[in-house]
Write a protein that binds this ligand. Structure first.
Ligand code: MG
Length: 297
């Protein structure tokens, strides 16, 4: 029996009755940051405590992409296809160029060191948006323990000037983030200070003006059990969020439609595969995949 929980009938149209949840690799400590490279036919993901970015391909399986990874966490690709990464250890956001060299996109704001960039998304105008909670510096588990120099903000890097602007400053600890398909909504998760404030563990939705200015920010949804860490949006604007019991699918109105049940606590996910119809899920010690009748943006 496929591992689904159907809440609204429409969810039946999103899933394949014979698709299995496959464990692709296991034995890690805390996996995060899945990102699909269709051109290379591979998935990259982070094992944060073990300071490694792994590569998985359907035929060759698992190999090391980068170690040490500077305790890399979330990844995405920019509009030119380059890897953009959040690094806890070096407290920065980087871009990996086609020749393999590393360009630092952000490591300070107003002269102070960032905390530990967590997750990142690139808008169609080339601007890079990332969250900067403190999880990578509160202990030595996922980085290097250190004092916070800045509040836990959401930042935007301008595509022309490369200047960094704090765009959201009222979060306890911002975490996953994603734009709606038309980029008129920005979703940002708050996972709370040291994960110990359930009151602030929710996803907020902001209206995005054509110039990138944000407004609103009402609570869009509160995931339970667990909390939303990373998430992705499909082509119809449904939001697929990490949760303690798997991946929850929410309509653009925030209505829970259904769940993919995963046997480990989920940190993040991405769409990949030939038609962006395969969901890759990072969940504590393992990476899973499942084919859907959905496509990621
Ligand atoms: Mg995260």
């Amino acid at each position: 029996m496929p591992p689904y929980e159907i809440i609204e009938p429409v969810f039946q149209d999103y899933i394949l009755g014979n698709a299995q949840l496959k464990q692709l690799a296991t034995g890690f400590d805390w996996v995060e940051g899945p990102v699909w490279f269709g051109d290379a036919g591979c998935l990259l993901f982070s094992d944060i405590p073990n300071d490694t970015i792994h590569r998985w391909t359907p035929n060759a399986g698992l190999s090391t992409y980068r170690a040490p990874s500077h305790f890399a966490n979330g990844h995405t690709r920019d509009r030119a296809g380059r890897l953009v990464s959040c690094e806890h250890g070096t407290r920065r956001v980087t871009r990996t160029e086609y020749d393999g060299t590393i360009t630092v996109l952000a490591d300070r704001y107003q002269g102070k060191r960032l905390n530990s960039p967590n997750d990142v998304v690139v808008k169609s105008d080339g601007s890079v948006w990332f969250t900067d909670p403190h999880y990578g510096i509160v202990s030595n588990y996922e980085g290097h323990q250190a004092e916070e120099e800045l509040p836990c903000n959401v930042y935007r890097i301008d595509p022309i000037t490369a200047t960094i602007e704090a765009v959201l400053t009222d979060f306890d600890c911002p975490n996953g983030l994603a734009f709606s398909p038309d980029e008129t909504v920005l979703y940002v998760a708050d996972t709370g200070r040291k994960f110990d404030r359930p009151r602030t563990q929710h996803i907020r939705a902001f209206a995005v003006a054509p110039d990138g200015t944000l407004s609103g920010g009402a609570v869009f949804h509160k995931i339970a059990p667990g909390a939303a860490d990373g998430f992705r949006v499909d082509t119809d604007g449904n939001l697929w969020s990490s949760a303690a019991d798997g991946v929850h699918c929410l309509s653009p109105a925030g209505v829970p439609l259904g769940k993919i049940l995963v046997p480990e606590l989920v940190s993040n996910l991405c769409f990949g595969g030939r038609g962006k119809h395969v969901m890759f899920i990072t969940a504590t010690t393992s990476v899973y995949s499942i084919a859907l009748i959905r496509a990621g943006v």
